[in-house]
Design a binder for this molecule. Sequence first.
Ligand SMILES: Cc1cc2nc3c(=O)[nH]c(=O)nc-3n(C[C@H](O)[C@H](O)[C@H](O)COP(=O)(O)OP(=O)(O)OC[C@H]3O[C@@H](n4cnc5c(N)ncnc54)[C@H](O)[C@@H]3O)c2cc1C
Length: 381
Amino acid sequence: MTGHLGLSDEQDALLDLVRDIARREVAPHAAERERAGEFPRAAFDALGKAGLLGLPYPEEYGGGAQPSWVYLLMLEELAAAHLAVGLGVSVQTLTLFPTYAYGTDEQKSAWLPPGCSGEWIGAYCLSEPAGGSDAAALTTKAEPDGDSLVITGRKAFVTHGGEADFYLVFARTGGEGASGISCIFVPANTPGVTREKVEHKMGMRSSPTAAMVFEDVRVPATNVLGAPGEGFRIAMQALDGGRLGIAACSVGLSRAALDAAVAFARERQQFGKRLVEFQGLSFMLADMATQIEAARTLTLDAARRRDAGVPFSTNAAMAKLFASDTAMRVATDAVQVHGGYGYVDEFPVERYMREAKVLQIVEGTNQIQRLVIGRALGRQE
Ligand SMILES: Cc1cc2nc3c(=O)[nH]c(=O)nc-3n(C[C@H](O)[C@H](O)[C@H](O)COP(=O)(O)OP(=O)(O)OC[C@H]3O[C@@H](n4cnc5c(N)ncnc54)[C@H](O)[C@@H]3O)c2cc1C
C-alpha cells in the first residue's frame, strides 16, 4: 500500500527500496522456496546489505533509527511478498531487542552490528516441549560454574533453529516461576548446541522451525542480558514488540490474498459476467478490504504509542489478535473467491491460507492475547 500519511521523503524512499527488493528478490521465489522448504538466506543478506535488518535500532550500531510504525510498514511489504521473509525479519528484530534494551555498552557493540547487517541471524528460544503459553514454567537450566554458565535443556519450535548464528536462550538461573529466569546470549557454534529435528509444517516451510537441544552448553556469565532473574520481563517486553511485527505480517499477507482475489474476480466470468459484478462476491471483497484497513490502523496506532513512549502492550495484543484473525478470514475468503482454482497450487491463495494459520498461534496464541487484554480490563478502575 503506497501513500501512507506522515512519511517523510526519506521514509518514502526507504519503503520504495523495500518494495523494490520485495519485487525483485523475494516475491518471484516465494512459491518455489515454499515448495522446496528452502530458507531464503539470500533475501536476508540483501536486506542486511540495504540496511533494513535493524531498522528500529540506532545508527551507531548499524540500525536505521526509524520509528516502529515505519519499520512495520516495511514488514507489511515483505510479508505481502513472502511471509517467511517478513516473519523472519520480525524474529530478527525480536532477537536484537534484549541486547538493545538491556545490553551493556560492550554487549551492544559486539552483538548489535552483526545482527543489523545480517551477518548474524538470530533465534529466540522461549517455548519448550511441555509449554509455550505458560512460558514462566520453563525448565531449561543455566547453572553457574566459575565464570561460566552451563545451560541444559530443550527448546521447541525455534524459528531459524539450526540456521541461526546466535540463540537467545531463556533459562532458569534461580527458583521457580517468572523471577527465576534469565536471558542468555549463546553463539550457535558453542559446543553442545544441536538441532534435534526440523518440524514439517502446514505452511511457511521456508522458515525453518526446529527443536533445539542445549547439552552442557558453557558460555561466559557475562553473556546474560539484563540482571539475573530479569529474563521473563525481557522476554515479555520483546514479545510486545514482536506481536506488532506479527500484526504487520498479518496485514501484508491479507493484502496479498485480497490482491489475488480481486485480480481473479475481475478476470473470470460466469453467467456472462465478471465475478466482481456479482454483488454476493463484491461484498465479500469489500469486507476483506475493510478488515485489512482496520487491522493496519490498529497496528500502526499501537506502534505510534510505542514510539511516543506510552504503554502499548494491550494495544499490541489487540493488533496481533485482530490482524491475525483477519489474515485467516481474508485468506480463507480469497480461496472461496477462486472457486476450485483456490484449492490448487497454480494460484497462491491456498498457500496464503496455510500460512495465515500460524499467525494466530505464534508469539502468544490468540487466546493468550485475549487473556492479556482481559487482564488489562480487569485492572482498569
Ligand atoms: C511456526 C512456529 C514458529 C514458532 N517460533 C517460535 C520461536 O521462534 N521461539 C519460541 O520461543 N517459540 C516459537 N513458537 C512457539 C509458539 O510461541 C507456541 O507454539 C505458542 O506460544 C503456543 O504454545 P504451545 O504450542 O505450547 O501450545 P499450548 O500452550 O499448549 O496451548 C495449546 C492450546 O491451549 C490454549 N491455551 C493455553 N493456555 C491457555 C489459557 N490460559 N487460556 C485459554 N487458552 C489457553 C492455547 O491458546 C492453545 O489453543 C513457534 C511456533 C510455531 C508453530
